[in-house]
Design a protein around this ligand. Structure first.
Ligand code: NAG
Ligand code: NAG
Ligand code: NAG
Ligand code: NAG
Ligand code: NAG
Ligand code: NAG
Ligand code: NAG
Ligand code: NAG
Ligand code: NAG
Ligand code: NAG
Ligand code: NAG
Ligand code: NAG
Length: 726
């Protein structure tokens, strides 16, 4: 008997210790005599205080030993949870604090079923299909226990009101309540008026569109209303008369993934304790002045992913002294334009340290708007069409540690851009258009602080100069502190040019015909001397034969005009690809890849489409910016209205530029009766280039297509006049 008493004794001691650590309280009573022989159930894994029958598909609640505090039956098959089932828990009635019955296929729960489990603190009934009436009483039977965490996610599918579900549950001790994924349509916080300790309320992914928050939950700190259907206006947190709120402690508010159109500040500007506010993925159009004033504790604001609706951010829209993190990514806004993003929107953010503006458009002068943000330590500008990294730009951010410029259009930069940049730890310049990397890319003071540098997927020009970059890389990597500096090196760093080194790893590139430096010094003296000599001779000859030359020039004047007076090209793309959405896989994976390898600048909607620009304008605009139009003809093309529109625009343009402007590509045979008249007409005047899957014919296809493109490149000058070259 002595040792039997001893075991529970030490168990109690451990229990108390464990509970003290967890900050929760429970009293354990000694093990009943009929329980002392109960062992860990087969198929379950046990410790002294927990039993987990996780994923065992048990059809009953197993008999569990004494002193168990936590029972997890995830994925069991208990259709009816009743007093008899629960009786197998009898040995631990007094100690059980965590009961997890998620995904147990429970449909019926008997009322009062939890009445003997007087120490429950955490109850998870998520992912069952319990009928409302039966759950009401069952939750009521938890009233005697100090339940602080209750999870009722994905539980009821009939559109029951929260009021019904919680009808008999007092919630006196509840700190955390989660009712996600339940198709709740209406929510009134009055239902929770007696939940006087509630801190965390999760209503994520319901269908809430009617919400009344007039009662307030004074203790609430986190309110998650993400993924609901809150429409047009945000929920009203502030009393419309007094401007006060009963949400006196709210710190984190998540309203992302709703359909809020008007960021109506009077509804939320009383939330002076708010720390993070997520409004991502709503339908806002215009963020007006003072939308966030009086949110005096706000540190994180997320206004991202509204590219289909957001048109404008006004100058004093985001005026928050305390704000540290701002996310404006994914809005497709044109920062070059004052009309879309006011010039001084960042002038009222004196504490901002982290900014994400990815997936917008910055063009050439958009970055000016950032220059007052001198406290930034993190700047994320992925995919913003940045065309240059100006020398002075980074000087504005002396404390910058994280800079991400992935996927932009930077063609070159100089090491000067990084002068005085001495705190940078992370730098991403991958997927830009840089061909000549300076070596070293930045001063040694920058290198000293840098921990990660990514410049993969650039257009490396592997000529003689590249040797310097290779040497710099090798030197850096030989430093034990910098061994892991370059991410994705060497596998994702390839040469792009010259042709014979195309796709050779940068690391392995050995350009031909590189002279050594001594030779270069000699050359650098000899060549100017030769040039000088030749120049002198030419001048002398020209003077002697001046009249003959004048006559010749006169004769050639007309020819010359045609041949040389080309205006600088206003074409942006070498070709515009018109295709049906359903053929986009071929266009992107075959066509685009092949043409871009040939350095053609190809316009495809999927890539360049500017959000917000009406489709018609965009099509006309870009066809007029392209030297040719490739029509990807297929059955899909015939069935697509926009394709037809593009065809018409292209034909109108071809009237000015000549039929060769259009390059039809036939992706598959099309029965004549499916063809539109415009296409039939096209086939009469132009022979389409036919695509075939076999590799030999395939090669012919590419060669024909590129031939057509290249011919077109040379035929037209800017105004479409034919030059003498043809
Ligand atoms: C109690 O558990 C035992 C084995 O652990 C099991 O055989 C029995 O069916 C359970 N009783 C009920 C009512 O589920
Ligand atoms: C219940 O168990 C599931 C599966 O292990 C787990 O995802 C869930 O978080 C648990 N619930 C609680 C409240 O710990
Ligand atoms: C509670 O425990 C008592 C005594 O052990 C038992 O008679 C009763 O049936 C139990 N009730 C439930 C709902 O488990
Ligand atoms: C809160 O408690 C009071 C007093 O017990 C009661 O009258 C009221 O109905 C309760 N509110 C809710 C929503 O259950
Ligand atoms: C919100 O609820 C309160 C209290 O339940 C009620 O007085 C008020 O009329 C409700 N407001 C709306 C707009 O339904
Ligand atoms: C709200 O819930 C979603 C889904 O679980 C989660 O991703 C998000 O982080 C939550 N929001 C907050 C503020 O915790
Ligand atoms: C919204 O933003 C908060 C704060 O940054 C974040 O914790 C939360 O995960 C975000 N919500 C979603 C759904 O991503
Ligand atoms: C926003 O504030 C600026 C500066 O105070 C002011 O010039 C502008 O007219 C305001 N715009 C609106 C819509 O109130
Ligand atoms: C901000 O709060 C102050 C004082 O509480 C109030 O006078 C002012 O009108 C509020 N501003 C806005 C834009 O609501
Ligand atoms: C930076 O802030 C100052 C003072 O607020 C202002 O005069 C200046 O125009 C701002 N610069 C930019 C680029 O917005
Ligand atoms: C940069 O950081 C230092 C140290 O944290 C700080 O004292 C200084 O004010 C910061 N400079 C700027 C411009 O934020
Ligand atoms: C770097 O700092 C020095 C001294 O503060 C300054 O003279 C120089 O102009 C700065 N360099 C650049 C590129 O701004």
């Amino acid at each position: 008997m002595g040792h039997i008493l001893f075991i529970p004794g030490s168990l109690v001691a451990m229990l108390v210790l464990f509970l003290a650590q967890e900050g929760i309280t429970a009293q354990a009573s000694p093990c009943r005599e009929d329980c002392t022989n109960v062992k860990c159930p087969t198929y379950c894994s046990c410790t002294d205080t927990s039993v987990s029958c996780h994923d065992r598909s048990l059809a009953y609640i197993p008999l569990i030993p004494c002193g168990i505090q936590s029972l997890n039956l995830y994925n069991c098959r208990i259709w009816r949870l009743n007093v008899e089932e629960i009786s197998n828990l009898t040995c631990s009635f007094e100690t059980l604090t965590v009961l997890n019955l998620t995904e147990c296929k429970i449909e019926q729960i008997e009322e009062d079923v939890f009445i003997n489990l007087t120490h429950l603190e955490v109850v998870d009934l998520s992912s069952n299909k319990i009928k409302t009436q039966s759950i009401q009483r069952a939750l009521g039977s938890l009233n005697g226990a100090p339940v602080h965490t209750l999870k009722l996610d994905h539980l009821w599918t009939d559109k029951e009101k929260v009021r019904e579900i919680l009808k008999y549950f007092s919630g006196r001790h509840l700190i955390y309540l989660s009712m996600r994924e339940n198709q709740i349509i209406e929510f009134e916080d009055k239902v929770l008026e007696n939940f006087t300790k509630l801190v965390h309320l999760d209503l994520h992914r319901n269908w809430i569109n009617k919400i009344n928050l007039s009662s307030g939950i004074e203790t609430l700190e986190l309110f998650n209303l993400s993924h609901n259907q809150i429409n047009i206006f945000p929920p009203v947190f502030c009393d419309t008369q007094t401007g006060k709120t009963r949400y006196k402690k709210l710190k984190h508010l998540d309203l992302s993934w709703n359909q809020i159109i008007v960021p109506s500040s009077p509804f939320w500007n009383c939330l002076t304790t708010l720390d993070s506010f997520n409004l991502s993925t709503n339908d806002m159009e215009d963020i007006a002045n003072d939308s966030f004033t009086n949110l005096t504790s706000l540190r994180t604001l997320i206004l991202s992913e509204m590219r289909t609706t957001l048109r404008r951010i006004r100058n004093e829209a985001i005026k928050i002294d305390s704000l540290q993190h701002l996310d404006l990514s994914g809005n497709g806004l044109d920062f070059d334009e004052e009309k879309e993003v006011a010039n001084d929107i960042f002038n009222y953010l004196p504490s901002l340290t982290s900014l994400d503006v990815s997936d917008n458009y910055f063009g050439s002068v958009g970055t000016r708007k950032l220059t007052n943000l001198s406290h930034l330590d993190t700047l994320i500008m992925r995919h913003v069409s940045l065309s240059q990294l100006a020398d002075g730009f980074l000087q504005h951010f002396p404390n910058l540690t994280y800079l991400d410029l992935h996927n932009n259009k930077i063609e070159q930069f100089s090491a000067v851009a990084f002068q005085n940049v001495t705190k940078l730890k992370f730098l991403n310049l991958s997927k830009n258009l840089i061909s000549n990397f300076p070596a070293p890319p930045f001063p040694s003071a920058t290198l000293k602080s840098l921990e990660t540098f990514d410049f993969a997927y650039n257009y490396f020009q592997c000529d003689c100069e590249i040797v310097k970059l290779q040497k710099w890389i090798n030197d850096v990597l030989s430093d034990p502190d910098k061994r892991n500096l370059l991410s994705r090196y060497p596998v994702d760093y390839w040469c792009y040019n010259p042709k014979y080194l195309y796709q050779v790893l940068l690391k392995d590139a050995k350009p031909d015909h590189c002279t050594d430096s001594k030779y270069q010094v000699v050359l650098s003296i000899v060549i100017p001397v030769i040039i000088c000599l030749v120049f002198t001779v030419v001048i002398v000859v020209a003077y002697v034969y001046r009249w003959e030359i004048k006559f010749l020039l006169h004769k050639m004047r007309k020819k010359r005009r045609d041949r040389y007076q080309r205006l600088p090209s206003s074409f942006v793309y070498s070709t515009y690809v018109a295709y049906a959405e359903k053929d986009s896989a071929w266009v992107i994976h075959d066509l685009l890849k092949e043409l871009e390898e040939d350095r053609h600048n190809v316009y495809i909607r999927d890539r360049y489409s500017v959000p917000g620009v009406a489709r018609c304008d965009e099509i006309v605009d870009n066809i007029y910016k392209s030297k040719t139009v490739i029509l990807v003809l297929s059955k899909n093309f015939m069935g697509c209205q926009w394709c037809n529109y593009q065809l018409n625009v292209a034909q109108a343009r071809a009237v000015e530029l000549g039929q060769h402007f259009i390059i039809p590509v036939l992706l598959e045979g099309i029965p004549t009766d499916h063809m539109k008249i415009s296409v039939q007409h096209l086939f009469r005047t132009l022979r389409p280039i036919e695509w075939a899957r076999q590799s030999t014919k395939n090669r012919l296809f590419w060669s024909e297509l590129k031939g057509a493109l290249d011919a077109e490149m040379n035929v037209f000058d800017n105004d479409g006049y034919q030059s003498l070259n043809t």
